[in-house]
Design a protein around this ligand. Structure first.
Ligand SMILES: CC(C)[C@@](O)(CC(=O)O)C(=O)O
Ligand code: SF4
Length: 821
């Protein structure tokens, strides 16, 4: 087969190895090795399962935690969600998760567990994340796990349900992008600075439709934790997944983890060593970055691409030639309360937050502690918050005395959770408060309604806390010797000890294998990024439909009963005849649309704007129209803002939404954005381009997304201005006015069109492949046993007899750690 014979990229290798069933048109059923869930994006998925009376196919391959809503205040022993979470909606969400994981026997690290933490911190630190895995989570920052050479990406809630029911996803291969980083990162410049610099260079839509492989000497030199921070923000560069080839650094990190394979380690490592892009493999896009150009970098605006060096000045709209960027700059300056030409060093902050799935690992706290040691937080900083990414990170930091440094400096030292990254708990910004935050999103109102976020590295956050204004670490006098290497205590545990002890004392053991973060000397001035665009295999204009969930092959098969095969180069090939059963309709797109158009003139409209975070605590999927764009739509007193497009009379009955700028739906995976648009009455969104996860989520729910070029955008605006409504013919992919005059064409992949027209229930369709999924699992168990060594019930029985005489900690966590206590 062509895909096997030619040199392949790392991404292609992992993808190919997980193909359960392949279709002629290129769509496949992809096996999912690891599934992470949390309380915010899973309740509707479990509800979907319940409605159909379905069970979770492989509970041991899913791992759950509560992270987004949880308070970070002290947790008393025996803490219960019912009393600890005082906000009702948050409490209900966590309790629903606890009930769901218990009913479905899913391993869960809840409030009472020392392993509780942000889903993207605990997966890797437990060894649940392994090289070569496919990993998904109803959360866009699943890209973090790509640091291990795993194919990891965010999914929507409908897909969470699909994975729970089938342990697969429907996918098409995405395009390949390579970001090569050469040169050397200056001391004190972190992978966060590097990633902000990359996003600033390629833009928040730069990676749309691609999986980014990061490579080059600078990447090879990064620690695993720095690699995680880098891959974490791939989604902010538009890519659903970022990847780094596993190497000795990776193996050393994984080997020490609780759930990593042991008996099959050698086999696993030998295989993982093959996970590299082969010489001659083609990337659709290659970007070269010179690390020498990267200085400490921060965001000044409301999009992660609006970056600036810490020693720079705030830009003016006139600095941008692109009209979309000009307008975005104007809006961002107004929102952020900044004036062009202002020095970054003069921007005072109200709060500092060190935490989130980007930068809440032990290395991040060590790096910040080195700056903070002997200093105190500036008087103008109302709150300096340190929130470890997990209970194990917190424990490790405390063992090293890092908490003392933070507390002495005036920081609040808290329990693990997402905290002020998204402010679904008590930790948030008040209106107009300005925050230096180590998180990943500076969207409007992300950290609190009308709050202002500057994304920074942990060292910049620490220096800023001390100075009170945005500052580089080089501006802070180092007052103490750095901690010695031997003082460092890593978060990993000795597996034997872990299995032989009570699960609440599992993290007692430690080792000292981590290295020091380098000192904070800063140098270099940013210059332009050198870009090299290489041979293109496929037109890059096609919508990035990377982890495409459409499954058009099914429709053909439904009519013709086509056969398909199990494939994947690491597995024996075996053809399996399978005739799918007709599935029931879930969201059929009944007819064409004829309606008036509401127009929003913005680019990069993120799902935080479409469906603000404060509504994410819902456990339902209906009646969410009231939340649509609510931060922009209403004044703080609840009165409508007359100027906002949705409040204008012409929008009242609109069924079509036109966004004039590109990259609609970027950011968070929250499917609520689609549900809210539909509840408001929209049946179609028209835009120059869409972000990947949103694209998927929309079609899953029968919301048509029509991609158009700039001319068509112009024409729709003109037609709407003269009072015409727009007719959309899906079959023909045409737009007309109500006089039947042509406006133009829109783009939609054929499989998406069929999906809408047929209204097939995707889970039913996939369940018809039961035999193939089963066969794939059998083959995988034989060929790649390491992926289930720490998980498979039989192995665990053997392990617990051999090692400890105790139960599987993952299964027993229900009993010991959380629910039954
Ligand atoms: C669940 C939600 C709050 C989320 O974690 C989801 C996501 O990023 O996909 C976010 O950060 O916006
Ligand atoms: S981005 Fe923030 S809210 Fe989302 S998982 Fe990461 S820490 Fe949690």
């Amino acid at each position: 087969m062509d895909s096997v014979a030619r040199p392949r990229t790392l991404y292609e290798k992992i993808f190919d190895a997980h193909v359960v069933a392949e279709r002629e048109d290129g769509t496949v059923l992809l096996y999912i090795d690891r599934h992470l869930i949390h309380e915010v994006t899973s309740p509707q998925a479990f509800e979907g399962l319940d409605k159909k009376g379905r069970s979770v196919r492989r509970p041991e391959l899913t791992l759950a935690t509560s992270d987004h809503n949880v308070p970070t205040s002290e947790r008393p022993r025996g803490v219960k969600a019912s009393t600890y979470l005082t906000r009702e909606d948050s409490r209900i969400q966590v309790q629903k998760l606890e009930r769901n994981v218990k009913r479905h026997h899913i391993p869960y690290f809840g409030l009472r567990s020392k392993r509780q933490g942000i889903v993207h911190v605990i997966g890797p630190e437990l060894g649940f994340t392994l090289p070569g895995n496919t990993i998904v989570c109803g959360d866009s920052h699943t890209s973090t796990h790509g640091a291990f050479g795993a194919l990891a990406h965010g999914i929507g809630t409908s897909e969470v349900e699909h994975v729970l029911a089938t342990q697969t996803l429907v996918a098409v291969k995405s395009r390949n992008m390579n970001v090569v980083v050469r040169g050397r990162l200056a001391d004190g410049v972190t992978s966060k600075d590097l990633m902000l610099y990359i996003i600033g260079s390629i833009g928040t839509a730069g990676g749309t439709g691609t999986v980014i492989e990061f490579s080059g000497p600078v990447i090879e030199d990064l620690t695993m934790e720095s690699r995680m921070s880098l891959c974490n923000m791939s989604i902010e560069a538009g890519a659903r997944a970022g990847l780094i080839a596993p190497d000795e650094e990776t193996f050393a990190y994984v080997k020490r983890r609780e759930m990593a394979p042991r008996e099959t380690w050698d086999m696993a490592e030998a295989y993982w060593k093959t996970l590299r892009t082969e010489a001659g493999a083609l990337f659709d896009k290659v970007v070269e970055i010179n690390a020498n150009d990267v200085t400490p970098t921060i965001t000044w605006g409301t999009s992660p691409e609006q970056v600036i060096p810490i020693n720079g000045v705030v830009p003016a709209p006139s600095d941008f030639s692109d009209p979309v960027k000009k307008e975005s700059c104007r809006l961002a300056l107004a929102y952020m309360g900044l004036t062009p030409g202002m020095k970054v060093a003069d921007i005072a902050v109200d709060k500092v937050f060190i935490g989130s799935c980007t930068n809440a690992r032990i290395e991040d706290f060590r790096a910040a502690a080195q700056i903070l040691r002997g200093h105190t937080v500036a008087p103008n900083v109302k709150l300096a918050l340190a929130v470890p990414g997990s209970g194990l990170v917190k424990r490790a930091a405390e063992d090293e005395g890092i908490d003392i440094i933070f507390k002495r400096a005036g920081f609040h030292w808290r329990e693990a959770g997402c905290s002020m990254c998204v402010g679904l708990n008590e930790d948030s910004l008040a209106p107009t408060e300005r925050c230096a935050s180590t998180s990943n999103r500076n969207f409007e109102s992300r950290q609190g309604t009308a709050g202002r976020t500057h994304l920074v590295s942990p060292v910049v956050a620490a220096a800023t806390a001390i100075k009170g204004t945005l500052a580089a670490a080089s501006q802070i006098t180092k007052l103490a010797e750095p901690a010695s290497r031997s003082q460092h205590v890593d978060v990993d545990v000795d597996v034997d000890a872990a299995y032989s002890s009570d699960s609440e004392t599992l993290s007692e053991d430690s080792s000292s294998q981590s290295s020091l973060i380098s000192s904070s000397e800063y140098s270099g001035t940013p210059t332009k990024v050198k870009r090299v665009w290489t041979a293109v295999k496929k037109p890059v204009t096609e919508h990035g439909d990377s982890m495409d969930q459409a499954y058009p092959g099914y429709y053909g098969q439904r009519a013709g009963g086509r056969s398909s095969s199990v494939s994947g180069c690491e597995h024996p090939k075996q053809a399996v005849e399978q005739v799918a059963q007709p599935a029931t309709n879930n969201s059929r797109f009944e007819d064409n649309i004829n309606g008036s158009v509401a127009i929003i003139k913005r680019a990069n409209i993120d799902t935080d704007a479409i469906f603000p975070k404060q509504f994410c605590t819902t456990t339902g999927r209906t009646g969410l129209g009231h939340a649509l764009f609510s931060n922009l739509r209403y004044n703080p007193d609840g009165s409508p803002r007359p100027s906002f497009f949705l409040n204008r009379p012409e929008s009242r009955n609109a069924s079509i939404l036109l966004a004039t700028g590109p990259n609609f739906g970027c950011g968070s995976s929250r499917e609520h954005a689609v549900w809210a648009l539909q509840d408001f009455g929209f049946r179609c969104v028209i835009a120059p381009s869409f972000a990947d996860i949103f694209y998927n989520n929309a079609f899953k729910n029968g919301l048509l997304l029509a991609q158009v070029n700039a001319d068509v955008v112009e024409r729709i605006v003109t037609e709407s201005n003269v009072g015409h409504s727009v007719k959309i013919n899906l079959e023909q992919q045409t737009l007309q006015n109500d006089q039947n005059a042509d406006i133009g064409q829109f783009e939609i992949p054929e499989r998406r069109k069929q999906e809408l027209l047929s209204g097939i229930g995707e889970i039913e369709a996939t369940l018809a492949f039961y035999a193939q999924i089963k066969l794939y699992e059998e083959l995988r168990r034989q060929m790649s046993p390491w992926y289930e060594e720490g998980l498979h019930p039989q192995t665990n029985v053997r392990r617990r007899q051999l090692v400890t005489g105790q139960g599987n900690p993952l299964v027993d966590c229900h009993k010991k750690e959380t629910l039954a206590w």
